[in-house]
Design a protein around this ligand. Structure first.
Ligand code: NAI
Ligand code: MG
Length: 353
């Protein structure tokens, strides 16, 4: 029996509702497989925890996370209790940094039964690989003078190490998908970092002769996500460009309640973290109507990451069929409650086996 240890952080708001429900699905999958068992180490780290202890996580928190195979997170943030910058930096961003989760990935797919705002969504299925540690989001720079003479300088930082590992990750991923990588660039306007990015993209591409490559300027790429999203497979982007593209990806899918994300540690030294794109949704807490699909799809990404791809595929099949049959929460135009969606998925999974 393979035992996998998961750090579970439900966090705030609807995180506390969708995380426990989705763990039932993970247990069902483990039973179906028969050879794997999930052991959960659940942490109460949240804004309520902060009010009691003055910190978002205890001193030994990070060490405890390091001892597990993956981190499964709900959502963090309750601005009525704790300012967002305190809760996010004290937990989410701290984990991303200290667990060296240098790449962020977010898939987007057309799902039958989810109303995409696109007139012609055409069955798209792509994944954005975003550099998650440097680039345009750097602390290098400063401000001097004041008034009319004031100057602000913000430096983007592109190291070969981080650029190359991000691009290589995208190529590796493309080998397991349809074999196509699109690079987001802007070398016509940004004349140092983006030509460098393009150069590394070309160099790494030489190691993957069977992969089809293309570079698109970020502005055109944004337009293409709307006009022809089905033409993309893997898209690799810098921190800022990836940030913009992933929100756009979630938007064309049709609901923030279904979008998943993963923060990947690529050297295997520390665990990766899996979380939905949505936040704690304070406006719908306690009503049982939170959509659990974003959390579940994140769980699917975690299963794939842990080498349990077959279980991941099974879960995705059950998710799609459930939505297709109209078993969906209000944000998707349905009437089902969180637990009803989960029960339906569990029934399906059990029937497959
Ligand atoms: P939000 O994503 O929590 O909510 C935005 C809107 O989408 C709300 O109307 C909400 O009801 C709806 N929504 C979100 N997830 C849903 C789901 N699963 N099912 C049904 N409806 C859903 O974003 P908001 O309101 O800006 O932020 C609330 C708190 O969450 C803040 O403290 C914010 O900082 C935090 N946050 C945390 C994130 C994280 O932990 N990664 C990401 C985004 C926000
Ligand atoms: Mg964003």
């Amino acid at each position: 029996m393979q035992k996998l240890k998961l750090s579970v952080i439900p966090g705030d708001g609807i995180g506390q509702e969708v995380v426990p429900e989705t763990l039932k699905v993970l247990d069902t999958l483990a039973e179906i497989n028969g050879g794997v068992k999930f052991e959960y180490e659940t942490h109460p780290w949240s804004c309520e925890y902060y009010l009691e202890h003055g910190v978002m996580m205890p001193k030994d928190g990070m060490a405890r996370l390091h001892q597990t195979d993956a981190i499964y997170l709900g959502a963090v943030g309750n601005p009525k209790l704790v300012p967002d910058h305190v809760s996010l930096w004290g937990l989410l961003i701290k984990i991303r940094r200290e667990c060296e989760q240098v790449i962020n990935i977010r898939p987007a797919q057309y799902i039958n039964g989810v109303n995409s705002p696109l007139a012609n969504p055409n069955d798209f299925d792509f994944i954005v690989v975003r550099e998650n540690s440097e680039g345009e989001y750097s602390e290098v720079g400063g401000r001097i003078h004041s008034g009319d003479d004031e100057i602000a300088i913000q430096n983007a930082v592109f190291t070969r190490k981080a650029t190359e590992r991000t691009i290589r990750y995208a190529f590796e991923l493309a080998q397991r998908r349809s074999g196509q990588v699109t690079s987001a660039t802007k070398s016509n306007g940004i004349v140092h970092s983006m030509p460098f990015w393009d150069q590394v993209f070309q160099e790494v591409g030489k190691d993957y002769p069977s992969i089809q490559t293309e570079s698109n300027h970020i502005d055109a790429l944004c337009a293409f996500f709307v006009s022809k999203p089905h033409q993309f497979d893997v898209i690799v982007a810098s921190n800022l460009f990836g940030d913009i593209l992933t929100d756009l990806g979630a938007a064309v899918m049709g609901s923030i309640g279904i979008a998943p994300a993963a923060n990947i540690n690529i050297n295997g030294k520390y665990p990766s973290m899996f979380e939905p794109v949505h936040g704690s949704a304070p406006d719908i807490i306690g009503r049982g109507i939170a959509n659990p699909i974003g959390q579940l799809w994140t769980a699917k990404m975690m299963l794939d990451h842990l080498g349990l791809d077959e279980l991941g595929s099974l879960l995705m099949k059950a998710i799609k069929e459930t939505i297709g049959e109209g078993i969906k929460t209000r944000d998707l135009g349905g009437t089902s409650y969180t637990n009803e969606v989960i029960d339906h998925i569990i029934t399906k999974l059990t029937a497959y086996s």
